[in-house]
Design a binder for this molecule. Structure first.
Ligand SMILES: C[S@@+](CC[C@H](N)C(=O)[O-])C[C@H]1O[C@@H](n2cnc3c(N)ncnc32)[C@H](O)[C@@H]1O
Length: 274
């Protein structure tokens, strides 16, 4: 840790410092990603590391996707983070937001948790949202149709995905985004799942919702898995609500999965002398 990073670390112990810093988000990008000084810190974290991974692999452009846009707060945050992260890493980032445009469709069965979510929740005003976006593209329609259509088109490989569709049925469809050939995704795709938890009346469990969709995806492929990033807390300065919702997709047979992405300078390749 550098001296200035140490000072920042000390400052974060002062009550309200983090709130103040979030209000006036100054300082280097990496430091703000590490301390979660973003409106959607989980999006900034996933996208920063996706772009860093792409840069280390020599990939010039990636796609970043939010499944489930609603009013657009998350997509706007993703687009803003993408602009900054792209400038800092030199990796181009195309941002896409998938949504019905008409709020939640009807739940299919109990696996969509109709005791928590229902048809018409989270409506979008697409015209209003478009005016607030600069480059991000809205992909409107039911993801059970639009996801397959998007994969069939030519896009930069997917590097970050936020899954926030609430339903099991929609998440199964959205996960198709990771079922294409290796050229359509990075070997590891940072993936945020918003709904692996629910409110106290929801009683989330692995047999419904996003967790079931993830389990089924993992059973379907021998060489592709979506897994929680283990012990993410260890690498963060403090516990944050989103940490248990941060996953990574792995394509173990991706041609670049085993490519070294850690800098090979002396500091990282040699253990310090005792
Ligand atoms: C909780 S909201 C998303 C909130 C947003 N990510 C944010 O941070 O502000 C869930 C969204 O998923 C969308 N959705 C659910 N099922 C869908 C489906 N089958 N196809 C398209 N969109 C769907 C709904 O329209 C709704 O806007």
């Amino acid at each position: 840790m550098s001296a200035s990073e140490g000072i920042v670390q000390q400052l974060t112990r002062i009550p309200f410092f983090l709130k103040l810093w979030s209000r006036f988000p100054l300082g280097p990008l990496r430091l703000r990603v590490e301390h979660g000084i973003f409106p959607y810190p989980h999006y900034a974290y996933g996208l920063f590391w996706a772009a860093t991974l792409a840069s280390r692999l020599g990939i010039e452009r990636i796609s970043a996707i939010e499944f489930g846009v609603a009013g657009g707060r998350g997509l706007i945050a993703l687009e803003r983070a993408a602009t900054e992260i792209s400038e800092a890493t030199g990796v181009g980032i195309d941002v896409f937001g998938f949504d019905s445009g008409e709020g939640m469709p009807a739940p299919v069965d109990y696996r969509d948790l109709p005791h928590i979510w229902g048809a018409g929740f989270y409506r979008m005003d697409a015209d209003k949202l478009r005016k607030q976006l600069s480059n991000a593209k809205l992909v409107l329609g039911d993801v059970r149709t639009t996801t397959a259509g998007w994969i069939a088109e030519q896009h930069a490989p997917v590097g970050f995905v936020a899954f926030d569709l609430d339903y099991y049925s929609a998440t199964v469809a959205a996960l198709q985004i990771l079922s294409g050939p290796p050229s359509t995704h990075l070997p590891r795709v940072y993936s945020y799942f918003d709904d692996v938890t629910a409110n106290d009346l929801g009683c989330m469990n692995p047999y419904v919702g996003e967790l079931l969709a993830i389990n089924e995806f993992n059973q379907r492929f021998a060489d592709r898995k979506v897994c929680r990033i283990e012990l993410l807390r260890v690498h963060r300065h403090r516990w944050e609500r989103w940490q248990e919702r941060m996953f990574a997709f792995h394509n173990f047979t991706h041609p670049q999965y085993t490519q070294l992405v850690i800098p090979t300078d002396r500091a990282s390749s040699q253990l310090p002398l005792a």
